[in-house]
Write a protein that binds this ligand. Sequence first.
Ligand SMILES: C[S@@+](CC[C@H](N)C(=O)[O-])C[C@H]1O[C@@H](n2cnc3c(N)ncnc32)[C@H](O)[C@@H]1O
Length: 237
Amino acid sequence: MTWQRYWAGKTHGQHAFKDEIFLARKANAQLALLGPGKSLLDFGCGAAELLVHMAPHYKYIIGADFSSSMLSMAQKRATSYKLTNIDWIEADDVTIWNNPIIKEGKGQVRTFDHITCAEVVQYLTPKQIERFLDNALSHINPGGRLLLSGCIEPLLLQKWRKGAFVPSWQKGIYFLKNFARQAVIIYRKINKFEHVDPNGNAYPEEFMWQLAAKHGLNMEIYPSTIFEYRYDVLIKN
Ligand SMILES: C[S@@+](CC[C@H](N)C(=O)[O-])C[C@H]1O[C@@H](n2cnc3c(N)ncnc32)[C@H](O)[C@@H]1O
């Protein structure tokens, strides 16, 4: 199964909690790293669970995702939050850059103060990430910022799955959950799923530092303030 098929028909981004306070906290963590800006491209915006909390801080926004069901939920949420500053694009990490909304008017490229990509890197291959960075950086204004938030650190993920970050009375639950997850992974391997781990790809920080060195990026990495096994990558243009 491809990730596009996995996300087809889904209407929420599988956040650990669905309450708006939790989602706003995640959005605020992104805003704190991004600083002020007027325009935002949120790539892999999903159902706009974070985006609706970020939108009041921007003048103009594009939300892009390859899942039409996620996008239609995003539009419903934006309407219920009375947001009128967002355009929506149904596209993937390659097609987005040729979308007419991105290529304004006579092929002039629209650029942004900020580009965000929240909990999406795990669904991209190393090649896709490299190409995405290349394209995204050419669409960021001077002084702008690109934030890849919620990237998964593989060793910390293993620890988290084993309950390393929870009190001892909860460890049993984590053990059972991990056991069930391993069964799913084996099932997916046997049935030759294209992606065996439902969490997608985990990349060590070292992978990001290598990309930064190769492309001369001005990059910073922060541990996620929400999850022990995730980290945020901030690239300054
Ligand atoms: C975990 S959800 C996160 C959604 C949103 N960023 C948030 O934090 O609420 C991941 C989203 O990325 C989208 N996605 C994954 N790979 C993509 C790709 N290659 N192109 C476009 N969207 C993608 C999925 O459709 C899904 O909506």
